[in-house]
Design a protein around this ligand. Structure first.
Ligand code: ADP
Ligand code: GLC
Length: 482
């Protein structure tokens, strides 16, 4: 099975969120099962080519593509995904990708990913690589299915290619002026785009992908249902319903080589389900690292997140100060994003000196230390397609407090004191009161040490490895190509 996998971010090269984790792991596991996988992403200026042994591919240098009246040139760097046979190709085009961040607000944002999409296709042509599956991810690659059916339909290399579009988040759809259709070379096929959108003078890349991909997957079963409703579909629900059985949910896997307390490369003290003692040492180490005092009687609450509206931190505006005033706890927050959340967490830190550390920014190391050192992990998302941090938390015995939505609903079960079953604390309504209840319930339960250890173990026993999840993608690929 030949698989061409295209994504805007891939671990370990470039990452802003969970898409990169998935794009770095799934291809690796597909390759392990015998697929010939070739991964494409942009060569952003922050990619460390030396560290990952990436080199220019001789046969693919200074390739020109026309966009509107202008030629854009790109070159290709190649390597292999660490610990795998999957090959990776990075599209080098400084004028588009040397912008200091993966995503931008620039007017030519569409062009950056139009180039990625076309370059992936044209590299397949140059390598004579006939993909059985072209696996696209999110809006950035949403035009590929239609491109293959139109501007590249002449090429028999793709005559058997089937397309899969994975929706990691329907909140970002890639909506641009309709005039960009001409620039990306699809003017002749204007009518194939949503006509209502065209009347409004816009084009929606994700919607276009939903129209033309042979299969559409999203990253949890519950989210697959939610996006088919007016409430959760962000305007795409009607089109997803129209695609019927072509839409399915496959929960993300986790790379336990990177995210497990036994193997964690960033933590000093390893621990496991059979010996939890290292957990306390990691907690001390975490608190020392963020300059908070360790108190064995105070549970540590952790957050690692992009700070956007999606993540539900609005619920904390009216709750967390109260919890911090009344309870002997510590709170460690790692994240950056919208200014109002950054300001909020800075304020919380100022109001509760010695109890709270807000680390504004991005740090993979600190993300690992929080998973290993916190007792409770907070993820009150407004919506959550899958969510990875709650799954990491389960494995680290860091009991998650989550809202029952999307992938959080699929991966965390409410703890039931009468049976001792359950892996976390789950609230339903998007209300501060319910979050408050869940946090209080968790803190209260933490003080009952044997019960808490039971919840930790319930979670640590869960297995969300890619080993299991990759089978579902393989079955889908087989169904599409047979
Ligand atoms: P999303 O993709 O919506 O951001 P996920 O839970 O799927 O949410 O994945 C988030 C990923 O990004 C996790 O691997 C998490 O550890 C990482 N992450 C998020 N914010 C930060 C940060 N500030 N520093 C380091 N890692 C972060
Ligand atoms: C998106 C979603 C997140 C998901 C990730 C990987 O960023 O917000 O819930 O886990 O993609 O699929």
């Amino acid at each position: 099975m030949n698989v061409c996998f295209v994504a805007s971010e891939v671990v370990p090269y470039a990452k802003t969120g969970g898409l990169a984790d998935v794009s770095g792991a799934l291809p690796k596991y597909l390759a392990r099962y015998g697929c010939d996988v070739r991964v494409f992403l942009p060569l952003y200026n922050m990619v460390d080519t030396r560290k990952y042994d990436l080199r220019p591919v001789d046969s693919m240098q200074r390739i020109g593509l026309q966009f509107g009246g202008r030629w854009i040139h790109f070159s290709v760097w190649g390597g292999t995904l660490p610990d795998s046979n999957a090959r990776v190709f990075l599209i080098d085009c400084p004028e588009l990708y040397h912008r200091g961040s993966v995503y931008t607000d620039s007017a030519d944002e569409y062009l950056r990913f139009a180039l990625l999409s076309k370059a992936a296709i044209e590299c397949c042509q140059r390598m004579g690589f006939a993909p059985d599956i072209m696996h696209c991810n999110d809006w950035q690659t949403g035009l590929i299915p239609l491109m293959l059916k139109t501007i590249y339909s002449w090429d028999r290399l793709f005559s058997r290619t089937r397309t899969v579009l994975t929706l990691h988040n329907v909140a970002y759809q890639g909506v641009f002026s309709a005039s960009t259709i001409d620039v990306v070379g699809m003017g002749e096929y204007r009518q194939r785009f949503d006509n209502d959108d065209l009347r409004y003078g816009i084009v929606n890349w994700m919607k276009t992908g939903i129209f033309y991909a042979d299969a559409i997957t999203t990253v949890s079963k519950t989210y697959a249902q939610e996006i088919r409703t007016a409430e959760g579909g962000a305007g795409l629900d009607r089109f997803l319903r129209q695609r019927g059985g072509a839409v399915m949910g496959i929960v993300n896997g986790v790379d336990y080589n990177e995210w497990s307390p036994e193997k964690d490369a960033f933590t000093k003290y390893k621990y496991s389900i059979n010996d939890l003692s290292g957990k306390e040492a990691n907690k001390q180490h975490l608190l020392q690292r963020v300059n908070l005092t360790y108190d064995p009687a105070a549970p540590v609450l952790g957050i690692v997140s992009r700070l956007t509206d999606q993540k539900g931190f609005d619920l904390m505006f009216d709750t967390i100060d109260q919890v911090l005033s009344r309870r002997n706890i510590r709170l460690v927050v790692l994240g950056s994003g919208d200014e109002r959340y950054e300001r909020f967490f800075s304020g919380v830190q100022t109001r509760h000196p010695g109890k709270v550390c807000y680390y504004k920014g991005y740090s993979n190391e600190l993300a690992h230390l929080i998973e290993a050192g916190a007792d409770i992990f907070l993820m009150p998302s407004r919506f959550e397609p899958c969510g990875l941090n709650q799954i990491y938390s389960l494995r680290y015995g860091t009991v998650p407090v989550v809202r029952k939505t999307g992938g959080l609903a699929d991966t965390v079960q409410q703890f039931d004191p009468t049976t001792g079953n359950g892996t976390g604390f789950v609230f339903r309504r998007f209300s501060p009161k319910e979050l408050y209840w869940a946090i209080e319930f968790a803190i209260h339960t933490w003080h009952n040490r044997p019960v808490w250890r039971q919840i930790m173990r319930n979670g640590m026993r869960k297995n969300y490895s890619w080993e299991a999840q990759v089978q579902q993608y393989l079955r889908l690929y087989l169904r599409l190509t047979s």
